[in-house]
Design a protein around this ligand. Structure first.
Ligand SMILES: [Fe+2]
Length: 172
């Protein structure tokens, strides 16, 4: 469960909410800056009771409103998402550990082909829009637990997750 937002978090949330009502490029810049700010806060998650799923990943809501939500995802070793895209903007930053991001292009309605595979180190921040390209898969590729922060442009009370649809890897 989300803890009570602190002052910095409330300020960030207000900025994100306001920016979400403007041009997409402005919102993404604001979200990127928010992630950089959050990642730089010492002990950011020290007072947060993070869920952990052995062999998998856990999504922990930190704070949010009707426009944006901020999450910490805890990745067990080798944990991975399905190949997916998003119905909303998706910004993420690596807090600890190493996350490999695999990026894909659509082959048909159900299948995709890999385009790129890049390992993201702590401090890395990236943002993408639902208009794409945004089909990807994230994997904890390190030898320890990893934690990432995510800012999604959706109301966490109205949607179960940020994922729009899941894809399969096309046969060669
Ligand atoms: Fe994603």
């Amino acid at each position: 469960m989300a803890t009570q937002p602190q002052r910095t978090e409330m300020d960030l949330l207000a900025q994100l909410n306001s920016a979400s009502r403007g041009p997409a490029s402005q919102y993404l810049t604001t979200a990127r800056e928010a992630l950089v700010c959050l990642i730089a806060i010492p002990g950011l998650l020290d007072k947060v009771e993070l869920k952990r799923v052995p062999g998998g990943l856990s999504r922990n809501l930190l704070f949010g409103d009707d426009k944006v939500s901020v999450w910490a995802i805890v990745w067990s070793e080798c944990a991975r998402t399905p190949i997916h895209d998003h119905h909303c903007s998706c910004c993420f930053g690596v807090l600890s550990g190493f996350i490999t991001e695999l990026c894909f292009k659509r082959v048909d309605e159900e299948c995709v082909a890999i385009v790129e595979e890049v390992t993201r180190a702590p401090g890395f921040v990236d943002c993408m829009l639902p208009s794409g390209p945004n089909i990807h898969q994230m994997v904890n590729s390190g030898e320890t637990e990893a934690i990432s922060l995510h800012i999604y442009g959706y109301d966490h009370n109205a949607h179960a997750s940020s994922i729009k649809r899941v894809y399969q890897l096309a046969a060669l």
